[in-house]
Design a protein around this ligand. Structure first.
Ligand SMILES: Nc1ncnc2c1ncn2[C@@H]1O[C@H](COP(=O)(O)OP(=O)(O)OP(=O)(O)O)[C@@H](O)[C@H]1O
Ligand SMILES: [Mg+2]
Length: 289
């Protein structure tokens, strides 16, 4: 079932002025309920602009966007979307204003109209989801590091348990371990609650590890969308989009050039290890050519 449908979506910043800028052109994209999809593209390709159409923050200059059964151009539908579509902005730490971590994370859940017990429970669960302890609740956000603030901002959205979760570069500026932890948690939430996850990233290693499907933007246009395995193994297409294929794909490509053809193109190094192990343990000679 589709949960987001962009149909001929075009976005123009500052229309009719000398600064006019077409940031998205004729985008055709369907995101299915419950899937984990990565939206990748070089800097300036339009990822953040597209994300903001999916929770109704921006409206198309032409074309339409339907989210969870309604058109975002419909004011009533758009105004209700915040409950169901959580968007973690690219630099969420800039949006922390509260005096304690608890207050910050509880902001959204309180607006949902939940009682204080439920709010407190969700805050605690959300903190755990981003790898922070319950003691953190009383801390003053002003005293915390950027990486921790990032996790708190993510927790604030998770606590609302949205049906669709859009994360705009959630890992940028985080330590690799923290990034992996958060993405793995998201994957778990997706499986456990059937949440639809849209991950915006220019890290194709993350896309390879977590996404079912991948959509590639280039200069405001959708270059391609498909299964992660298909899209991420197209080295030339990714290069055209200004992106670097996952290391495992590059490696498989180089092995092929060297005359060692793998039976499948692995996307992660763990996959590579498995494929090579199978090749060796079955004693089969890798294909030449
Ligand atoms: N508020 C704005 N006003 C005018 N132009 C904008 C605005 N936001 C983005 N743009 C322009 O629209 C284009 C797409 O920007 P967008 O931020 O969506 O790209 P992005 O893929 O998210 O890039 P990044 O990877 O750097 O975050 C860029 O050319 C950008 O300069
Ligand atoms: Mg962006």
């Amino acid at each position: 079932m589709p949960c987001i449908e962009a149909d001929g979506l075009t976005h123009v910043y500052f229309p009719g002025t000398p600064l006019e800028m077409v940031a998205l052109r004729d985008i055709q994209l369907t995101v299915n309920e419950g899937e984990f999809i990565a939206l990748v593209g070089a800097s300036g390709s339009g990822k953040s602009t597209l994300a903001q159409h999916f929770n109704g923050l921006l409206l198309p200059a032409s074309g339409s966007v339907r989210v969870l059964g309604g058109d975002t151009a419909d004011k009533k539908h758009r105004r209700a979307l915040w409950r169901y579509v959580g968007l973690v902005f690219q630099f969420p730490e800039r949006q922390i204003f509260s005096n304690t971590v608890f207050e910050d994370i509880a902001f959204g859940p309180r607006n949902m109209g939940w009682d204080s017990l439920k709010v407190a429970r969700r805050v605690k669960e959300a903190l755990a989801s981003v790898g922070l302890s319950a003691e953190m609740q009383t801390a003053n956000p002003n005293a915390l590091s950027g990486g921790v603030l990032r996790r708190i901002a993510i927790a604030g959205v998770l606590a609302m348990r949205p049906r669709v979760l859009i994360m705009d570069e959630p890992g940028a500026g985080l330590e690799p371990e923290a990034r992996q932890f958060i993405l793995a948690q998201l994957k778990e939430l997706q499986a456990k609650y059937g949440i639809t996850v849209l991950l915006i990233t220019h890290n194709l290693e993350d896309a390879a590890r977590f996404a079912d499907r991948v959509a590639v933007l280039r200069a405001g246009e959708l270059l391609c969308v498909g299964k992660a395995g298909e899209v991420l193994s197209r080295i030339e297409l990714l290069q055209k989009a200004g992106l670097k294929a996952p290391f495992a794909v590059e490696l498989a490509h180089r092995l092929t050039v060297a005359g060692i053809k793998l039976p499948v193109i692995p996307l992660t190094i763990e996959d590579t290890a498995r494929v090579l192990y199978d090749l060796m343990s079955t004693g089969a000679k890798p294909g030449r050519g």
